[in-house]
Design a protein around this ligand. Structure first.
Ligand code: NAD
Ligand code: UDP
Length: 313
């Protein structure tokens, strides 16, 4: 059945892909975004769409709309952007969750939270399973994001227990693809842009830290399956279990772009997790979901996007 769906953060990287997907399925979509890290260019192709509406609004300010479902994605996601105004990042996660949950309670909407693998901090358990409670430094430079997202999860489960709100919580692991912001400092966009411009590739530390990279289309498929699954609140990990060192990623980007860029080392940022890889057993069991796009294929598609973006200037 077609529904009216609110997507907060819908003008961002993941949000805009989700909005495309929901419109394709025939739903009506309201995108609420303050355009802090998102960009109108991500949704420009939708501005005349009869079932799409853009609401320029800050999720920390209360709002009232009638909707059947809410996807709460509003939050800067890259370390550069979430550390730019750390206090605002906490407010966005916490007050944003309260405002969205209050709305969900009032209009009886099912509500989805874009949580993160960062709730596991610098993990002592590998790969990360949902039952692992994490190892987060509460006073470090990543805490505004990590703890903000942890409190958001707490609020989701308290609204569920106390008010019967119908929640869905996913923990997203590093995701990449077209429409990543070229300036947000995330590793995949940084390396591709550096390689295409022939600049040095900046590996932080020795590049032995690991991440698992999920292609955006796979992730969005997981979002929709989660939202459409009955009687399962999560939290559930969504990510690609393939694990790569950052050095391996740099080498793959150089190979696939044919770039003559050199790899250089820069200092490792504080509290940078040493390793990260999702255990997706639960997602396989409950959602029948697993990623289908291998890293090399996803990187090729992302490189094509950035080639076009850089050519347009
Ligand atoms: P993004 O920065 O591209 O998107 C975030 C969107 O939220 C942007 O459009 C931004 O303008 C908007 N926003 C920020 N603060 C807001 C506010 N106060 N009010 C209204 N809108 C606001 O990042 P993304 O990668 O698309 O991430 C989307 C969500 O997924 C975030 O909640 C992020 O924490 C989560 N997540 C992403 C990843 C990933 O690898 N991409 C991993 C884990 C979690
Ligand atoms: N990284 C890097 N060079 C860059 C950007 C990031 O070596 O130009 C490293 C970073 O230190 C981290 C990993 O790549 O170990 C992933 O960084 P990103 O900011 O993309 O995501 P997160 O640390 O939040 O997983």
């Amino acid at each position: 059945m077609n529904q009216r769906i609110l997507v907060t953060g819908g003008a961002g990287f993941l949000g805009s892909h989700l909005v495309d997907r929901l419109l394709d399925k025939g739903h009506e979509v309201i995108c609420l975004d303050n355009l802090f890290t998102g960009d109108k260019s991500n949704i420009r192709h939708l501005l005349q769409h009869p079932r799409f509406e853009l609401m320029r609004w800050d999720v920390t300010d209360p709002f009232k709309i009638e909707v059947d479902q809410i996807y709460n994605l509003a939050c800067p996601a890259s370390p550069v952007h979430y550390q730019y105004n750390a206090i605002k990042t906490v407010k966005t996660s916490v007050m944003g969750a309260i405002n969205c949950l209050g709305l969900a309670k009032r209009v009886k909407a099912r509500i989805f939270q874009a949580s993160t693998s960062e709730v596991y901090g610098d993990p002592q358990v590998h790969p990360q399973v949902e039952s692992y409670r994490g190892s987060v430094n509460p006073i470090g430079i990543r805490a505004c994001y990590d703890e903000g997202k942890r409190v958001a999860e707490t609020l989701f489960f308290d609204y569920h227990r106390q008010n019967g709100v119908d929640i869905r919580v996913v923990r997203i692991f590093n995701t990449y693809g077209p429409r990543m912001n070229p300036d947000d400092g995330r590793v995949v966009s940084n390396f591709i842009v550096q390689a295409l411009r022939g600049e040095n590739i900046t590996v932080y530390g020795e590049g032995q830290q690991t991440r698992s990279f999920c292609y955006v289309d796979d992730l969005v498929e997981g979002f929709v399956r989660m939202m459409e699954t009955e009687d399962f609140t999560g939290p559930v990990n969504l990510g690609n279990p393939g694990e790569f060192t950052i050095l391996e990623l740099a080498e793959a980007v150089i190979r696939l772009t044919g770039s003559s860029s050199k790899i250089i080392q820069q200092p490792l940022p504080e509290d940078d997790p040493l390793q990260r890889k999702p255990d997706i057993t639960l997602a396989r069991e409950k959602l029948g979901w697993e990623p289908t796009v291998p890293l090399e294929e996803g990187l090729k598609r992302t490189i094509q996007f950035f080639e076009k973006l850089l050519a347009e200037g």
